[in-house]
Write a protein of this length. Structure first.
Length: 158
């Protein structure tokens, strides 16, 4: 007799599509467009220090956009069904904001670093920006957690 997991695999239809991790194609398109415009903005900026300042401002702007998506997600009816503690929501928001912003932050910082500091800036600036992005994600997670009360999300204080 086959195990339960083997039975579930055997009952799966052959034409079933695999799970797609990207939930909203509009967000993906916006991400690619914003990344392209950000790279162009950093590339055409004349001064090296100004390139880094513009890259930092764009990273904060992108992080805020991700925060708005997080707020929409956490406010959805599906997420409200589960009991969440405030500390769990805050740590989940910090981790999600950090990880979602990495594909934007790393190439933008690499290009800004390469333009500002030559070839070694390609590696040094993204590495130096990682703790800064973690700090931004943690601060925005506090904003995300503060925007919902226990009754809004269906979670308990903890």
């Amino acid at each position: 007799m086959a195990s339960t997991s083997q039975q579930r695999i055997a009952r799966r239809p052959c034409n079933e599509r695999p799970y797609v991790a990207i939930r909203n194609p509009t967000h993906v398109m916006f991400f690619l467009q914003f990344l392209s415009v950000s790279i162009a903005a950093v590339a055409v900026t004349p001064a090296g220090a100004l390139k880094l300042a513009i890259a930092a401002a764009l990273i904060v702007l992108f992080s805020y956009w991700v925060l708005l998506i997080w707020r929409a997600f956490i406010g959805s009816s599906y997420v409200k069904m589960f009991p969440w503690r405030d500390t769990d929501l805050r740590s989940a928001a910090a981790a999600a904001l950090f990880m979602i912003c990495l594909p934007y932050m790393l190439p933008l910082c690499a290009i800004a670093g390469a333009f500002a500091f030559s070839w070694w800036g390609l590696f040094i600036v993204p590495a130096a920006a990682l703790p800064v992005q973690r700090f931004i994600a943690n601060q925005f997670a506090v904003l995300a957690a503060g925007s919902h009360t226990s009754s809004d999300v269906g979670h308990s204080n903890g």
